[in-house]
Design a protein around this ligand. Structure first.
Ligand code: TRP
Length: 354
């Protein structure tokens, strides 16, 4: 019996190099491995996107661009089930049912909820006591919507409804996965069944690839100037890399590197050949390095990866008929599992036909 691997991405904007190396390229590799022990489901979480920023004019475009990016990067609808969350009506129904077993308190204590709620209310600092009062007292303009609170329920349903047992997620999603396991256990024990298995984080093996951002600290994220999108054109991409934060340059041989410069070397390692990495490392160590040259090399090597992908994204985005076929076939496959699970869950919970 093959295990099911499932992963989703929120439809909140274009994919960047971090998404590509951290997740997408690994999905493609797994999908194309003939020895793979897994059945793959990849989906676009458009309902989750609604929890923070409902923008009717942008949502569909965002779904479409991620779908095109998935396909352009090599996800193959013949080999993987690729679908849009909102095309599976069984998900919202099971979300309602599972919510009956989820505590408001445990949801309110979730780190990502507190972060986002704080932003919605315009609070600074991280005084937890305050935030609960603020949420309860919030007026109708600056409210924290209930959909945000129940975000983990929806994510648990995405996973459990497909009976996925392996879920590749980054650090920021581990708590959600932990909640999924807890909800699965709770459901089983409440109804005295052994129905859901507990999903685990999926480790692709090898070293995890963390793509650093361009602003000098931390990993690549969507903030301005920090991030390279797969869809960035050549000029934009070069400009962003040339503007990446550095320092004054080494003055003494073999100096330690500041974080910003380390980040550039990490990028170089991801996109370039070992001899180029060696060349620039030597240049840094003997103080002859020119960051401009290093950045040019990085930009050119990123472009070698992203240009063909970008061209494919654009072609695919323009092919509405193809996209429509892909999501229709994906939804059919996703609904096969989902409707079976929902039928069982309704039965277990006592919702029975006459
Ligand atoms: N919450 C995930 C994120 O923001 C996206 C997501 C939604 C997801 N449902 C999922 C990821 C199910 C894995 C499995 O990254």
């Amino acid at each position: 019996m093959k295990e099911i691997v499932l992963s989703g991405i929120r439809a909140t904007g274009q994919l960047h190099l971090g998404n590509y190396y951290g997740a997408l390229s690994k999905f493609v590799k797994m999908q194309n491995d003939p020895e793979s022990k897994y059945i793959n489901y990849f989906f676009i979480a458009d309902l989750h996107a609604l929890t923070t920023a409902p923008e009717p004019d942008k949502l569909h475009e965002n779904v479409k661009s991620i779908l095109a990016e998935y396909l352009a990067a090599g996800l193959d609808p013949e080999k993987s089930t690729i679908f849009v969350q909102s095309d599976v009506p069984e998900i919202p129904e099971m979300y309602l049912l599972l919510n009956m077993h989820v505590g408001i308190g445990e949801l309110m204590r979730t780190a990502s909820f507190k972060d986002k709620a704080r932003k919605m209310l315009g609070l600074t600092g991280d005084n937890d006591e305050n935030i609960e009062k603020e949420i309860i007292g919030a007026n109708t303009n600056k409210r924290v919507n209930a959909g945000l609170l129940t975000y983990p329920t929806l994510m648990a349903v995405d996973i459990l409804i497909q009976k996925a047992t392996k879920v590749p997620v980054g650090k920021d999603q581990e708590q959600h996965l932990e909640l999924t396991r807890r909800f699965a256990r709770r459901f089983n024990s409440f109804y005295g069944v052994d129905y859901f298995s507990e999903p685990a984080n999926f480790d692709f093996g090898g070293e995890p690839v963390k793509v650093p951002g361009l602003d000098g600290s931390g990993k690549m994220g969507k903030s301005e100037g920090n991030c390279i999108y797969l869809l960035d054109d050549e000029k934009t991409l070069r400009k962003k890399v040339m503007r990446a934060v550095t320092d004054e340059g080494p003055k003494v041989p073999n100096s330690p590197m500041c974080e910003a410069v380390q980040n550039l070397f990490t990028l170089l390692k991801i996109v370039s050949t070992p001899d180029k990495v060696q060349y620039f490392t030597d240049a840094y160590n003997n103080c002859s390095i020119r960051y401009g040259d290093l950045k040019k090399e990085i930009a050119e090597d990123i472009l070698k990866v992203t240009t063909p992908i970008r061209e494919r994204i654009i072609d695919i985005q323009n092919d509405d008929a193809y996209l429509a076929r892909v999501v229709k076939a994906g939804a059919e496959k996703a609904r096969e599992n989902a409707s079976k699970t929902l039928r069982d869950v309704r039965e277990i919970m006592g919702i029975r036909p006459f």
